[in-house]
Design a protein around this ligand. Structure first.
Ligand SMILES: [Zn+2]
Length: 115
């Protein structure tokens, strides 16, 4: 049975996607969201990042204190670009941002230690 997991990983000149096998019309909006998100990772962390990311240790990874910047700014830009392009309404954008704020407050641990 499929795990239901999905995700993507940005690289310097490309991205890798792991998405469920469903008809495209059922996942088109998700693909658009994920592609926009991965695209804006060009800004951060690929170009703006802390030394932990610049010299990332894949053997003994250190969590960066700037994860909120990398993911938060990227996610904001990914959805804001869709408003600017007329793909989603301002109201939909605000609902999405509200949902992300609520999700972060309800499901994430703000006390995770970083170096
Ligand atoms: Zn990301």
């Amino acid at each position: 049975m499929p795990s239901g997991g999905m995700g993507a990983l940005e690289h310097k000149n490309s991205s890798v996607y792991f998405l469920p096998e469903v008809p495209f019309e059922d996942i088109a909006a998700t693909v658009r969201d994920v592609c926009a998100h991965e695209f804006f990772h060009i800004v951060t962390p690929l170009n703006i990042h802390s030394e932990e990311i610049a010299d990332f240790n894949f053997i003994v990874p250190n969590m960066s204190k700037h994860l909120w910047l990398y993911e938060g700014q990227t996610e904001y830009a990914a959805h804001h670009a869709q408003v600017k392009a007329g793909l989603i309404s301002k109201e939909e954008f605000l609902l999405r941002m509200q949902g992300k704020i609520e999700n972060s407050m309800n499901y994430y641990n703000d006390t995770v230690l970083t170096l």
